[in-house]
Design a protein around this ligand. Structure first.
Ligand SMILES: [Zn+2]
Length: 199
């Protein structure tokens, strides 16, 4: 997997949609280090194939699902292929990063009960708690135990920016909110057959 990072402002100040964010980063290696993640050869990647997957983002305060195209690249040095995955996305999840964060924000700030938040987002209660567990674990990983204890989830979320996402990925070699086993969190209702197993 290759991850471009082009958005470095605070995530809650981004004025464009997740799809626009994705289009900005799609189909180009220019925002990556251009190095194969497996063999680390430089200038060895070329477009290979593409596949479609779903993206769920917030639109006018409602979940909106789109089909998007993900470009894969082939390394001429080791033969591995890698998907170029925009930083707007969470690997192995149909939901955009900001979609998940906004659900969790409502929960952390107590804006509504869990049932109501899940109903509005079209997700199951277990999905919300799975996201919450991942968020808190990755927050602790990033901050370290002592700082994590003194930093409320809402405060941490308000401070999240693209630099954190990039730093987290470089340090731990997986993405913020990425499920550790690389398996999909709950796919959107009605898409269970299509949404599993993608990057
Ligand atoms: Zn390679």
């Amino acid at each position: 997997m290759i991850r471009p990072f082009t958005v470095f402002c605070k995530l809650n100040r981004i004025s464009f949609s997740d799809r626009q964010w994705l289009e900005k980063e799609a189909g180009s290696l220019s925002h990556t280090d251009g190095v194969c993640p497996v063999c680390h050869a430089g200038a060895s990647l070329s477009p290979f194939a593409s596949y479609t997957r779903y993206l769920v983002e917030w639109k006018d305060s409602l979940p909106a699902t789109h089909e998007i195209t993900v470009q894969r690249y082939l390394c001429s040095s080791c033969g591995h292929t890698h998907a170029l995955l925009s930083s707007a996305l969470v690997p192995y999840s149909s939901y955009s990063l900001r979609f998940i964060l906004m659900v969790l924000r409502d929960h952390f700030l107590g804006r509504a009960c869990v049932q109501k938040i899940c109903e509005r987002a079209g997700i199951s209660v277990s999905t919300l708690y799975r996201w919450k567990t991942l968020f808190l674990a990755h927050k602790a990983l990033w901050l370290g135990i002592l700082e994590d204890m003194g930093t409320p989830a809402g405060t941490f979320m308000d401070g999240m920016d693209g630099a954190l996402l990039q730093g987290f990925y470089r340090k731990f070699l997986f993405s913020f909110l990425q499920h550790p086993r690389g398996t999909s969190a709950d796919p959107p209702r009605g898409m269970q057959g299509r949404a599993s197993g993608f990057t």
